[in-house]
Ligand binder design. Structure first.
Ligand code: PLP
Length: 383
C-alpha cells in the first residue's frame, strides 16, 4: 500500500506498538542457551498473568492460532472420546473439523449465528446425550461478533461432570479479563496477533493440571504438538523445536506494553471502544449483527446496508481513508462488515474508523443519520 498512514482495524493482525517493531529487529540468539531461556521464562510469566493461570501449564508455540487449536484438540481427544461441539460460526466449525480428525464420535450442536451456547443449553445437550468426554466452544466467535459470556459457568459445570472443556480464546485473550485456573477450563488457546497487539505466528496454549494426566494417557499424541515432549523441554524453558525467536521478542515487548499500562486499563479500553462503536453504528442506522447479550467488545459486526457490497466499502475505506476493516467470512460473507476493536484501542483510532465508515457510506449513497462522532467517542472513553 502506498499510503503509509493506515490503521489496521481488522480482526487480526492488528497494529503493534513501535517498541514491539523495534524489539523484533534485534539479532538472533541461540535457542539452546540462557538468552532464550530467560526470554521464554519472561514471556510465560507475563502470559500467565493475562490468562489468570495460577496453575496448569502454559505454552507459547511457533504456529498460527489454528495450530494452537490443533495442539489442544490432538492432545486431549482420542479416537473413542465422545465430543460435543457447539458450532456458531466459522471458527467453531474449524475446531470441530479438527476434532473430527482425532475422534470418531463428534456430535455437532448448531447455534444460531450471532449467538453462543448458554449454560442451560449446554447442560441440556449434555444430559440428552448420556456421556460426553470433551466439549468444544469458542469464547469469541470472530466470524459473527458473538462473545460467549457463560464460559465460567460452563467450565464449572464441565468440571463437576468430568468433561474436558476446550475453549478457542483466540480473540478474547487480552480483550477480556480471564481467570482460567479458577474457572476450571481444561484447555484454552489464545492468539497473539489480536488483542495482545503482538505479531502473528505464535499460539498460546493453556492446559489445566487435570488435563496433564489425560494427555499422558492419550495413546496417539501428535508429533510437533506433543505436549508431553513440550513439558519435558519446558523444565529448562526450552522448546522441542526451533522457536520463532523474533516473534518471542515481539510478544515479550507487547506484554510489557500492556502490563505497563495495566491490565485493567487495557481491558477498559476494549470495553470503551466497543461502546463507542455500537452507539455510532446504531445512530448511523446500521444494524448490529450479534444478538444484544452476545455482543463482543473485540469484534464489532454490523449488517451491510442494502445495495452495498462489502468489497466496495472495505476498498473505499482503505484507499481513501486508510482504515482497514473486513467483510464477513463463512456464512456471514457478503452479509456483514467486521471491525477489529483489538489491541491498540484508542479514542483516535475508534473515531477515525467511525468517520471513515460514515463518509464511505455517504459516498456509496447510503442514507445515514447524523452522528456526533466526537461526543460518542469522548463519552465512551470517559465511562
Ligand atoms: C476465533 C478464532 N479462532 C481461530 C483463528 C485462527 O487464527 P490463525 O489465522 O492465526 O490460525 C482465528 C483467526 O482469526 C479466530 O478469530
Amino acid at each position: 500500500m502506498e499510503n503509509e498512514d493506515f490503521i489496521l482495524m481488522l480482526p487480526g493482525p492488528t497494529d503493534v506498538p513501535k517498541q514491539v517493531l523495534q524489539a523484533m529487529s534485534r539479532r538472533m540468539i541461540n535457542h539452546r542457551a540462557d538468552e532464550f531461556r530467560k526470554l521464554h521464562e519472561s514471556v510465560l510469566e507475563k502470559v500467565r498473568k493475562v490468562l489468570g493461570a495460577s496453575s496448569g501449564d502454559v505454552y507459547v508455540i511457533t504456529c498460527s492460532s489454528t495450530g494452537g487449536i490443533e495442539c489442544a484438540v490432538s492432545n486431549l481427544i482420542n479416537k473413542d472420546d465422545r465430543v460435543l461441539a457447539f458450532v456458531n460460526g466459522l471458527f467453531a466449525e474449524r475446531m470441530t473439523v479438527a476434532a473430527e480428525y482425532y475422534s470418531d464420535h463428534v456430535t455437532r450442536v448448531e447455534n444460531e449465528l450471532g449467538t453462543a451456547v448458554t449454560v442451560e443449553e449446554f447442560r441440556r445437550e449434555v444430559e440428552s446425550r448420556g456421556k460426553v468426554d470433551v466439549a468444544l466452544i469458542v469464547h469469541n466467535e470472530t466470524s459473527t461478533g458473538a462473545f460467549n459470556p457463560y464460559v465460567q459457568e460452563i467450565a464449572d459445570y464441565c468440571r463437576r461432570q468430568g468433561i474436558a472443556l476446550i475453549v478457542d480464546g483466540v480473540t478474547s485473550i487480552g480483550g477480556y479479563p480471564l481467570e482460567l485456573s479458577s474457572w476450571g477450563v481444561t484447555a484454552f488457546v489464545g492468539g497473539t496477533q489480536k488483542c495482545l497487539a503482538a505479531p502473528p505466528g505464535l499460539a498460546i496454549v493453556y492446559v489445566s493440571e487435570e488435563a496433564r494426566e489425560r494427555i499422558r494417557r492419550n495413546p496417539k499424541r501428535p508429533h510437533y504438538f506433543d505436549l508431553v515432549t513440550h513439558e519435558e523441554f519446558m523444565k529448562r524453558f526450552e522448546t522441542p523445536f526451533t522457536p520463532a525467536i523474533t516473534l518471542f521478542y515481539g510478544l515479550d515487548a507487547s506484554l510489557d506494553y500492556m502490563l505497563e499500562m495495566g491490565l485493567e486499563r487495557w481491558y477498559a479500553a476494549h470495553r470503551q471502544g466497543s461502546t463507542a462503536f455500537y452507539e455510532a453504528l446504531e445512530r448511523m442506522g446500521l444494524s448490529v449483527f450479534p444478538r444484544y447479550q452476545f455482543r463482543s467488545r473485540t469484534l464489532i459486526a454490523a449488517r451491510l446496508p442494502s445495495g452495498v457490497q462489502d468489497t466496495q466499502l472495505t476498498k473505499l475505506m482503505k484507499e481513501k481513508y486508510g482504515v482497514l476493516i473486513a467483510g464477513g467470512m463463512g456464512k456471514t460473507r457478503g452479509l456483514i462488515i467486521r471491525i477489529g476493536n483489538m489491541g491498540l484501542v484508542t479514542p483516535e483510532r475508534v473515531g477515525r474508523t467511525v468517520r471513515a465508515l460514515l463518509r464511505s457510506l455517504e459516498e456509496l449513497k447510503v442514507k445515514t443519520e447524523a452522528v456526533d462522532v466526537d461526543r460518542i467517542v469522548e463519552g465512551a472513553f470517559s465511562g
